[in-house]
Design a protein around this ligand. Structure first.
Ligand code: M6P
Ligand code: ZN
Length: 187
Protein backbone atom coordinates (compact mmCIF):
# COMPACT_ATOMS: atom_id res chain seq x y z
CA UNK A 1 0.00 0.00 0.00
CA UNK A 2 1.23 3.47 -0.87
CA UNK A 3 1.30 6.22 1.76
CA UNK A 4 -1.72 8.62 1.49
CA UNK A 5 -3.26 6.79 -1.47
CA UNK A 6 -7.04 6.13 -1.47
CA UNK A 7 -8.07 2.70 -2.74
CA UNK A 8 -11.29 1.04 -3.82
CA UNK A 9 -11.75 -2.16 -1.74
CA UNK A 10 -10.53 -5.26 -3.55
CA UNK A 11 -13.62 -7.18 -2.48
CA UNK A 12 -17.31 -6.29 -2.39
CA UNK A 13 -20.56 -7.78 -1.06
CA UNK A 14 -23.72 -7.48 -3.15
CA UNK A 15 -26.25 -5.71 -0.89
CA UNK A 16 -29.21 -8.12 -1.24
CA UNK A 17 -27.61 -11.51 -1.87
CA UNK A 18 -24.32 -11.01 0.00
CA UNK A 19 -22.64 -12.54 -3.05
CA UNK A 20 -18.90 -11.87 -2.80
CA UNK A 21 -16.99 -10.43 -5.73
CA UNK A 22 -13.32 -9.64 -5.96
CA UNK A 23 -9.84 -10.91 -5.27
CA UNK A 24 -9.26 -14.07 -3.29
CA UNK A 25 -12.85 -15.42 -3.30
CA UNK A 26 -13.11 -19.21 -3.45
CA UNK A 27 -16.34 -21.07 -4.16
CA UNK A 28 -17.44 -24.60 -3.40
CA UNK A 29 -20.69 -26.47 -3.90
CA UNK A 30 -22.19 -29.41 -2.04
CA UNK A 31 -24.38 -31.74 -4.06
CA UNK A 32 -26.56 -34.35 -2.40
CA UNK A 33 -24.20 -37.18 -3.41
CA UNK A 34 -21.41 -35.47 -1.42
CA UNK A 35 -23.59 -35.66 1.72
CA UNK A 36 -24.07 -39.41 1.86
CA UNK A 37 -24.53 -40.56 5.46
CA UNK A 38 -25.50 -37.08 6.67
CA UNK A 39 -29.30 -37.55 6.55
CA UNK A 40 -31.20 -40.14 8.58
CA UNK A 41 -33.65 -41.39 5.92
CA UNK A 42 -31.51 -43.52 3.59
CA UNK A 43 -34.46 -44.57 1.35
CA UNK A 44 -35.58 -40.95 0.86
CA UNK A 45 -31.94 -40.01 0.12
CA UNK A 46 -31.72 -42.63 -2.67
CA UNK A 47 -34.93 -41.35 -4.29
CA UNK A 48 -33.54 -37.83 -4.81
CA UNK A 49 -31.27 -36.98 -7.75
CA UNK A 50 -27.65 -37.30 -6.58
CA UNK A 51 -26.71 -34.07 -8.39
CA UNK A 52 -29.27 -31.98 -6.47
CA UNK A 53 -27.58 -28.79 -5.23
CA UNK A 54 -27.85 -28.59 -1.43
CA UNK A 55 -25.58 -25.61 -0.65
CA UNK A 56 -22.73 -23.51 -1.88
CA UNK A 57 -20.12 -21.52 0.03
CA UNK A 58 -18.19 -18.47 -1.07
CA UNK A 59 -15.25 -17.56 1.13
CA UNK A 60 -12.80 -14.69 1.23
CA UNK A 61 -9.51 -16.12 2.50
CA UNK A 62 -7.05 -13.22 2.60
CA UNK A 63 -4.33 -15.26 4.37
CA UNK A 64 -3.29 -18.93 4.24
CA UNK A 65 -5.51 -21.23 6.31
CA UNK A 66 -3.77 -21.85 9.65
CA UNK A 67 -2.28 -18.34 9.93
CA UNK A 68 -2.80 -17.02 13.49
CA UNK A 69 -4.44 -13.61 13.83
CA UNK A 70 -6.29 -13.43 10.50
CA UNK A 71 -10.00 -13.60 9.76
CA UNK A 72 -12.04 -15.36 7.09
CA UNK A 73 -15.43 -14.33 5.76
CA UNK A 74 -18.04 -16.41 3.96
CA UNK A 75 -21.50 -16.38 2.39
CA UNK A 76 -23.39 -19.69 2.34
CA UNK A 77 -26.60 -20.36 0.39
CA UNK A 78 -28.62 -23.46 1.38
CA UNK A 79 -31.37 -24.49 -1.03
CA UNK A 80 -34.85 -25.33 0.32
CA UNK A 81 -35.58 -29.03 0.46
CA UNK A 82 -35.80 -32.09 2.66
CA UNK A 83 -34.54 -35.66 2.73
CA UNK A 84 -37.64 -37.38 4.10
CA UNK A 85 -38.63 -35.05 6.95
CA UNK A 86 -35.10 -33.72 7.56
CA UNK A 87 -34.27 -30.27 6.18
CA UNK A 88 -31.38 -29.65 3.77
CA UNK A 89 -28.42 -28.65 5.94
CA UNK A 90 -24.67 -28.18 6.02
CA UNK A 91 -22.32 -31.02 6.93
CA UNK A 92 -21.42 -29.33 10.25
CA UNK A 93 -18.11 -29.19 12.05
CA UNK A 94 -16.08 -28.45 15.15
CA UNK A 95 -12.98 -26.33 14.61
CA UNK A 96 -9.64 -28.10 14.23
CA UNK A 97 -8.24 -25.60 16.75
CA UNK A 98 -11.09 -26.46 19.07
CA UNK A 99 -11.32 -23.24 21.09
CA UNK A 100 -11.82 -20.93 18.08
CA UNK A 101 -15.18 -19.09 17.93
CA UNK A 102 -17.20 -17.93 14.91
CA UNK A 103 -20.01 -15.51 14.04
CA UNK A 104 -22.94 -16.52 11.83
CA UNK A 105 -25.77 -14.17 10.83
CA UNK A 106 -28.95 -14.50 8.85
CA UNK A 107 -29.21 -12.63 5.53
CA UNK A 108 -32.21 -14.08 3.68
CA UNK A 109 -34.70 -16.88 4.31
CA UNK A 110 -35.48 -18.90 7.41
CA UNK A 111 -33.39 -21.52 9.09
CA UNK A 112 -31.97 -22.99 12.23
CA UNK A 113 -28.43 -22.98 13.59
CA UNK A 114 -27.87 -26.33 15.30
CA UNK A 115 -25.19 -26.33 17.99
CA UNK A 116 -23.60 -29.13 20.01
CA UNK A 117 -21.06 -28.87 22.82
CA UNK A 118 -18.27 -31.33 23.70
CA UNK A 119 -20.67 -33.20 26.06
CA UNK A 120 -22.99 -33.73 23.05
CA UNK A 121 -25.74 -31.42 24.35
CA UNK A 122 -27.55 -30.13 21.24
CA UNK A 123 -29.66 -26.98 20.94
CA UNK A 124 -30.68 -24.60 18.15
CA UNK A 125 -31.15 -20.91 17.40
CA UNK A 126 -33.61 -19.54 14.84
CA UNK A 127 -32.01 -17.81 11.83
CA UNK A 128 -33.71 -15.07 9.82
CA UNK A 129 -32.64 -11.81 8.18
CA UNK A 130 -30.77 -9.89 10.87
CA UNK A 131 -30.32 -12.74 13.37
CA UNK A 132 -26.79 -12.77 14.83
CA UNK A 133 -25.20 -15.88 16.33
CA UNK A 134 -22.00 -16.08 18.38
CA UNK A 135 -20.69 -19.64 18.26
CA UNK A 136 -18.27 -20.13 21.16
CA UNK A 137 -15.15 -22.25 20.81
CA UNK A 138 -15.70 -25.96 21.38
CA UNK A 139 -19.24 -25.90 19.93
CA UNK A 140 -20.05 -27.77 16.70
CA UNK A 141 -22.28 -25.91 14.24
CA UNK A 142 -24.54 -26.80 11.34
CA UNK A 143 -27.30 -24.82 9.56
CA UNK A 144 -30.61 -26.16 8.21
CA UNK A 145 -32.93 -24.37 5.78
CA UNK A 146 -36.42 -24.65 7.30
CA UNK A 147 -38.08 -22.35 4.75
CA UNK A 148 -39.34 -22.51 1.17
CA UNK A 149 -36.73 -20.13 -0.30
CA UNK A 150 -32.91 -20.21 -0.28
CA UNK A 151 -31.38 -19.51 3.13
CA UNK A 152 -28.42 -17.13 2.93
CA UNK A 153 -26.16 -16.63 5.93
CA UNK A 154 -22.88 -14.87 6.56
CA UNK A 155 -19.97 -16.21 8.61
CA UNK A 156 -16.66 -14.94 9.95
CA UNK A 157 -14.09 -17.12 11.66
CA UNK A 158 -10.39 -17.02 12.65
CA UNK A 159 -7.95 -18.06 9.94
CA UNK A 160 -6.40 -20.63 12.30
CA UNK A 161 -9.75 -22.27 13.26
CA UNK A 162 -9.73 -24.97 10.56
CA UNK A 163 -12.46 -27.61 10.22
CA UNK A 164 -12.74 -30.85 12.18
CA UNK A 165 -15.39 -32.90 10.36
CA UNK A 166 -14.45 -36.31 11.81
CA UNK A 167 -16.55 -36.20 14.99
CA UNK A 168 -19.71 -35.17 13.10
CA UNK A 169 -19.06 -37.55 10.17
CA UNK A 170 -18.65 -40.46 12.61
CA UNK A 171 -21.18 -39.69 15.33
CA UNK A 172 -23.39 -36.91 13.97
CA UNK A 173 -25.08 -34.43 16.27
CA UNK A 174 -27.00 -35.90 19.23
CA UNK A 175 -30.28 -34.54 17.78
CA UNK A 176 -31.72 -34.04 14.30
CA UNK A 177 -33.86 -31.15 13.11
CA UNK A 178 -36.97 -32.78 11.64
CA UNK A 179 -40.24 -31.37 10.36
CA UNK A 180 -42.91 -32.68 12.73
CA UNK A 181 -46.54 -31.51 12.20
CA UNK A 182 -45.21 -28.85 9.81
CA UNK A 183 -42.78 -27.37 12.37
CA UNK A 184 -39.03 -27.84 12.98
CA UNK A 185 -38.29 -29.92 16.09
CA UNK A 186 -35.02 -31.25 17.54
CA UNK A 187 -35.43 -35.02 17.95
C1 M6P B 1 -19.76 -21.26 6.87
C2 M6P B 1 -18.41 -21.37 7.55
C3 M6P B 1 -17.47 -22.22 6.72
C4 M6P B 1 -18.14 -23.56 6.41
C5 M6P B 1 -19.49 -23.36 5.72
C6 M6P B 1 -20.26 -24.65 5.42
O1 M6P B 1 -19.62 -20.51 5.70
O2 M6P B 1 -18.56 -21.94 8.82
O3 M6P B 1 -16.27 -22.43 7.45
O4 M6P B 1 -17.28 -24.36 5.61
O5 M6P B 1 -20.30 -22.55 6.57
O6 M6P B 1 -20.30 -25.50 6.54
P1 M6P B 1 -19.64 -26.97 6.51
O7 M6P B 1 -18.17 -26.78 6.26
O8 M6P B 1 -19.95 -27.54 7.86
O9 M6P B 1 -20.30 -27.72 5.40
ZN1 ZN C 1 -16.96 -23.09 11.80
Amino acid sequence: MENKKIYDPSIKIKPESWHLEGEGVVESTKLLRQLEGVFADVDAFKKLHPDTLVYNVQAHLPVKEGTPGGLFFGTTVIQPGKVGNEYFMTRGHFHATADRAEYYWGVQGEGMLILMDADRNTWAEKMYPGSLHYIPGGVAHRVANTGKTPLIFGASWPSDAGHNYAEIDNNGFSARLLEIDGKPSLI
